[in-house]
Design a protein around this ligand. Structure first.
Ligand SMILES: Cc1cc2nc3c(=O)[nH]c(=O)nc-3n(C[C@H](O)[C@H](O)[C@H](O)COP(=O)(O)OP(=O)(O)OC[C@H]3O[C@@H](n4cnc5c(N)ncnc54)[C@H](O)[C@@H]3O)c2cc1C
Length: 473
């Protein structure tokens, strides 16, 4: 329904970072009347920070990549430039569990690609055969073609040993996914690009960092790239007050009256004049000329009335995860918990990974307190999060951490955060599925979807997609 001053009315469903970014872009432009409806009582979606007793507790995301510039740019526009912070210097140390112990991953690993041959060859994490195969990656001819799984792509480039022991567990963790199913093109397009442009992941990483052109024989390029190689600062940033700082600034940048919380949309109906009516859980209705569904794809599927479109949206699979947070008295913790955390490969226990929060970030816990997070579930353990209650998850996290780190004492604080069907899986065929969804939208004027399900999974990509969509509107 066009509003009194004849501006088109845009209804955004979902107040996560995607919905808030669309709302900000549109309200800044001032050409539309904007309304955002969020089902829960707080904005931010996956991003939720709890601040209590000197602790800054992230339930989900704890940082984002600044090397993909879109979220950092938006943060600076929001005046948060001086509130962004990098991890502490020692946080570049990451561990992998091997036979029940934490073993440091070789320095220079980037997205599972070894860029420091000396460190890589010296690592006890891999067999000699696996190292020998991985180290010749710069000379492996281009291959593939078509959408491949992450596992197939990595095995082709660095061999099965390094894929299984190192790169696979690392990359699967980013999506809480399964490398046998994840699509390399959709989940890690930058790796596909490196192979395409540089003929090699190692060369692509090193030449990309040093700004070198891929010219000459592979051997001469490798020599040149290795001698130009310098260690890179962390690609991640967070906010001093936690990730919700970003959400709060986005929300504060919106005019009053735009946002409604505890406003769950149950159905979006198309009216005979082509506009929309959103039916809310309390049976009230909101009318709009344009609707943006900034919710997970399975939630969007439950809202739309077109069955075949809903079926396409349901084609995007999701994984459930849980994070268990502990604040511990440092004096009671046997392990130094230094570095940023550890990854648990399949077969090494029920945890997916752990983060040494207070070692990774400044100001997350007071002096003398160690803050840790344990991650469970994902495609590796798909039913665990549903089967265990909070007390069981807490007990499991404590026993698994103690198996790896030694005694941790009785926690000063603990929290369980559940993310049910919150991690979209960009599995093989994802791009084709997304293309079908977007084609369907061409015949549904005024209806749009955005968010982590489609063409960007981390916060920077979600911001980029949301801004692009706002421009299209
Ligand atoms: C555990 C976890 C850790 C992560 N860590 C990182 C990280 O460290 N760095 C990073 O870059 N990314 C990380 N991500 C990914 C990141 O969280 C997402 O990319 C991003 O937050 C997605 O934002 P969104 O707005 O698309 O969706 P969401 O955050 O899911 O927001 C959707 C919103 O829609 C609302 N909603 C749903 N249905 C309805 C309805 N019917 N009516 C009204 N509102 C509705 C929901 O309540 C929610 O607020 C992580 C994700 C998870 C699950």
């Amino acid at each position: 329904m066009q509003s009194r001053d004849d501006k088109l009315r845009v209804l955004i469903v979902g107040g996560g970072v995607a919905g808030l970014t669309v709302a900000r872009e549109l309200t800044q432009r001032g050409e539309h009347e904007v309304r955002l409806l969020e089902a829960s009582s707080s904005l931010g979606g996956n991003i939720q920070t709890e601040r209590t007793e000197g602790l800054i507790i992230e339930s989900g995301p704890d940082s984002f990549l600044h090397t993909k510039p879109w979220a950092a740019e938006l943060a600076r526009e929001l005046g948060l430039g001086d509130q962004m912070m990098s991890p502490r210097s020692g946080a570049s140390r990451v561990f992998m569990v091997k036979r029940g112990r934490l073993v440091r991953m070789p320095p220079g690993m980037a997205l599972g690609v070894p860029t420091d041959p000396v460190a890589f060859l010296g690592s006890p994490l891999l067999s000699t055969a696996a190292k020998a195969r991985a180290i010749v990656e710069p000379f492996v001819p281009r291959g593939g073609g078509g959408d491949e799984s992450v596992a197939t792509f990595l095995e082709r480039r660095i061999g099965s040993g390094a894929t299984r022991e190192l790169a696979g567990p690392l990359l699967s963790g980013i999506h809480a996914g399964d490398v046998e199913q994840l699509s390399i093109e959709s989940a890690f397009p930058q790796l596909v690009d490196m192979e395409r442009k540089h003929g090699s992941l190692v060369l692509g990483m090193l030449e990309g960092r040093a700004g070198l052109k891929p010219v000459g024989s592979r051997l001469s390029r490798l020599r040149r790239a290795l001698s130009a190689s310098t260690s890179k600062p962390s690609p991640f940033v967070s906010f001093r007050g936690g990730m919700s700082t970003f959400v709060e600034a986005l929300a504060d940048s919106l005019p009053s009256g735009v946002v409604a919380t505890e406003a769950a949309v149950e159905r979006i109906e198309r009216l005979s004049d082509g506009r929309f009516a959103a039916v809310l859980a309390d049976a009230s209705r909101e009318f709009a000329d344009i609707v943006v569904l900034a919710v997970p794809a399975h939630r969007a599927a439950a809202i739309v009335t077109d069955d075949s479109f809903a079926h396409q949206l349901r084609g995007i699979e999701y994984a459930s995860t849980a994070t268990v947070y502990f604040a511990l008295r440092a004096a009671n913790v046997q392990h130094p918990c230094s570095g940023s955390g550890f990854i648990v490969p399949p077969g090494e226990g029920r945890l997916l990974a752990g983060t040494f929060i207070s070692s990774k970030w400044e100001g997350r816990a007071p002096e003398g307190v160690i803050a840790l997070r344990a991650f469970f579930g994902g495609m590796r353990d798909p039913t665990l999060v549903e089967e265990l209650d909070n007390a069981q998850l807490t007990a499991l996290a404590k026993s698994e951490l103690e198996r790896l780190l030694g005694s941790i004492g009785e926690p000063l604080q603990s929290r369980v955060f559940r993310y049910m069907r919150a991690s979209p899986q960009p599995n093989v065929g994802h791009e084709a599925r997304v293309a079908t969804i977007f084609e369907s939208l061409n015949s549904q004027p005024g209806l749009f979807v955005t968010g982590a399900a489609y063409r960007g999974f981390g916060i920077p990509d979600v911001v980029r997609e949301a801004r692009q969509l706002a421009r299209r509107i």
